[in-house]
Design a protein around this ligand. Structure first.
Ligand code: GLU
Length: 430
């Protein structure tokens, strides 16, 4: 259950398959730089609490480091290292000019006041500010972080830069310093469409897959585990696109539509109404017309597409044999362990890997960065059209590899990523 071990295992697998240069693969196993530090935070009650924080900068062969920052009690070095490696592959698959990074703070943001959260976010950036920036490393939101946190972080970064150079306001930094973070609010240089980009990107991938498999959307019944930013927008937009949502869950439990008396079939869920319920009650559980299930039961529900959209290591060797779905669309990062991957492969369940399925988020982050650097902002329709183009292109490149290489879908996606990353490293002479 060690995500970094899983990431290295996958890298070894693809290196063997493609017979890649051993020295380069050894380099790729470790992040180029790993920042680890403690943040001393003064709590509202006057006491000091120490929080461990990380930023893993995995690879910069194709461009500056890019990747989110998560706030979670289970953040650890192994997880951050794995997630930064996955970001390298993800950016390469999307074909956007970045390397990979990931950061995190071990904390439970639900137990912090808004003031504490702001001070923690700013302190994180104060420590990291010499090592990040528009052409160095561009962080973004991840689990439990959002546009408000990015706004505090970007503001802190700009203040540090200006203080260092004894300049005021926007300084003269060569690049718009707002391009140092993505996933910012619209009023502070954010991009249209960023909020729903990861979910929408996943819907584009699923629609492309349905076309290849020649299955009509309404036949694709979907169960989604996780109802945060990614799970919610994915479910909402999938429903809007014509797919059917049969089951949803959050950290407190899951729901499945009750059977209709007329035909015994399960009711489909209306995602926006479920969200309104969750806002009112704190959870999806108890939504009228549904039966309560556990998160584990959700993984085994009768559906065509299972969508893990929460944390890593939820599909394991203990439950992979009982998954009924024919497709697993990984909207979370690293939800399937390598052992489970093997079981699913043998059972002919198609696993569309995270590095492809959820690359829509970082793709619109890229658009945000481009807009910040140009100082010219696009309309939502333009952002979404450009996102669709990149997602469909990535899917077709992946599918081509999947058909020709005759390997698992994950390895087909990795082949694409490694070709691009190793290609850049070789041509640069590293
Ligand atoms: N945290 C997101 C991811 O894992 C987005 C990263 C970004 O936009 O840089 O893909």
């Amino acid at each position: 259950m060690n995500p970094y071990k899983n990431a290295v295992f996958q890298l070894n697998q693809i290196a063997e398959l493609l017979d890649l240069n051993k020295e380069i693969i050894e380099q790729l196993k470790l992040p180029e730089t790993l920042h680890k530090f403690d943040i001393k935070l003064k709590l509202d009650n006057g006491k000091i609490k120490v929080f461990r924080a990380f930023r893993s900068q995995h690879n910069s062969a194709r461009g500056p480091y890019k990747g989110g920052i998560r706030f979670h009690p289970q953040v650890n070095e192994s997880e951050v290292k794995a997630l930064s490696m996955w970001m390298t592959w993800k950016c390469a698959i999307a074909g956007i000019p970045y390397g990979g990074a990931k950061g995190g703070i071990i904390c439970d943001p639900k137990k912090l006041s808004p003031g504490e959260l702001e001070r923690l976010s700013r302190a994180y950036v104060r420590k990291l500010s010499p090592f990040i920036g528009p052409w160095t490393d561009i962080p973004a939101p991840d689990v439990n972080t959002n546009s408000q946190i990015m706004a505090w972080m970007a503001d802190e970064y700009i203040k540090r830069q200006n203080a260092k150079r004894k300049m005021r306001r926007w300084g003269n930094l060569g690049a718009n310093p707002l391009a140092s973070f993505t996933g910012k609010p619209l009023v502070l240089g954010g991009s249209q469409g960023r909020e729903e980009a990861t979910g929408l990107g996943g819907v584009y991938i699923l629609a492309s897959l349905a076309q290849k498999l020649k299955i009509r959307k309404e036949k694709l019944k979907i169960a989604v585990q996780g109802f945060g930013n990614v799970g919610y927008h994915f479910a909402r937009l999938a429903q809007k696109a014509g797919f059917k949502i049969v089951s949803l869950s959050d950290s407190r439990g899951g729901i499945i539509g009750k059977q209709k008396p007329e035909n015994g079939r399960g009711r489909y869920l209306e995602v926006e109404r479920v969200m309104r319920w969750k806002k009112k009650t704190g959870s999806v559980v108890g939504f009228p017309g549904t039966k309560t299930i556990t998160n584990d039961q959700l993984l085994k529900t009768d559906c065509y597409v299972l969508v893990p959209a929460a944390l890593e290591n939820v599909i394991t060797k203990n439950n992979a044999a009982r998954i009924k779905a024919k497709v697993v669309l990984e909207m979370a990062n690293g939800p399937t362990t390598p052992e489970a991957d093997e079981v699913l492969h043998q059972r002919k369940i198609l696993v569309i890997p995270d590095v492809l399925a959820n690359c829509g988020g970082v793709t619109v982050s890229y658009f945000e960065w481009v807009q910040n650097l140009q100082g010219y902002y696009w309309e939502k329709a333009e952002v979404l059209a450009k996102l669709k183009k990149i997602m469909v292109r990535a899917f077709l490149d992946f599918w081509q590899n999947y058909q020709t290489l005759k390997v698992t879908p994950r390895m087909a996606a990795y082949a694409l990523a490694l070709e691009r990353v190793v290609g850049a490293m070789k041509i640069r002479g590293s």
